[in-house]
Design a protein around this ligand. Structure first.
Ligand code: HPA
Length: 238
């Protein structure tokens, strides 16, 4: 039992998938895992452990934004000895190269957040994905049945969903940043601090240049391939 997670010792698998939305965690547990059991409901931030292809996997909601994710990731690493966290979520495309429904596997995460300023003051730390997880996710993506493309590259983890300075977001696009979400930078930093592994796999739910947004049906259809890519990466950890 930790402050925000009600699990006992051994309740959480060494590999954890982490969607922002706790209801997505429940959906994954109920429809994709075998023998799933809920280990926490504190604040409605559900966590489940089950098996996928015979291997134990947990799914834990993180909430939106880096401060929320950091609470759950910190407790998983520090109190439950979790070895790997794979974030799954949505992102907004910042470039013509990346289309609605595509998957972006984040090799690294830029940020406008205060989180790493608290940690590193004037230094700019470069939060990066675990290479083994990244390679495994990319390999898994080749086998997942989906009409959408997979990209590997930089993303932006912003603190502000409604960008107060959109011109700064487009400047980052000039430097090959592909998409924007709100969690990966803190996740990669915490994994590094604890000597553990992390990866973020995101589907493009909206496009900042064209203003297109996925319909509810498209979101649903693109969600399963992303989870399969993340589970493929999770299996590589066993
Ligand atoms: N901005 C930030 N986070 C997001 C977005 C976005 O446009 N789309 C999905 N997550």
């Amino acid at each position: 039992m930790s402050l925000h997670i009600a699990a006992g010792p051994g309740d959480i698998a060494p590999v954890v998938l982490m969607p922002g939305d706790p209801l997505r965690a429940r959906w994954i547990a109920e429809t994709m895992l075998d023998d799933a059991r809920c280990y926490t409901e504190i604040r409605g931030m559900y966590g489940f452990t089950g098996t996928w292809r015979g291997q134990r996997v947990s799914v834990q909601g993180s909430g939106m934004g880096q401060p929320s994710l950091a609470i759950y990731a910190h407790e998983l690493f520090a109190e439950y000895d979790v070895a790997s966290i794979i974030r799954i979520g949505s992102c907004g495309s910042m470039t013509q190269r990346v289309n609605l429904g595509d998957v972006v596997i984040a090799s690294g995460a830029c940020t406008d957040s205060g989180m790493n300023r608290l940690r590193f003051e004037g230094f700019d730390y470069a939060p990066v994905a675990d290479f083994g997880l990244l390679r495994a996710a990319h390999a898994a993506a080749q086998h997942v049945h989906t009409p959408y493309a997979t990209h590997v590259g930089l993303i932006l983890s912003t603190d502000a969903f409604y960008a107060p300075r959109p011109e700064l977001v487009s400047r980052l696009a000039d430097y090959q940043v592909l998409a924007v979400e709100m969690e990966a930078s803190a996740l990669y930093t915490l994994a590094a601090q604890h000597g553990r592994r992390a990866l973020a796999v995101c589907t493009v739910s909206d496009h900042l240049l064209t203003n297109e947004k996925m319909s509810a049906l498209e979101r649903e259809q693109s969600f399963t391939p992303m989870v399969e890519i993340a589970l493929g990466a999770a299996l590589s950890q066993h």
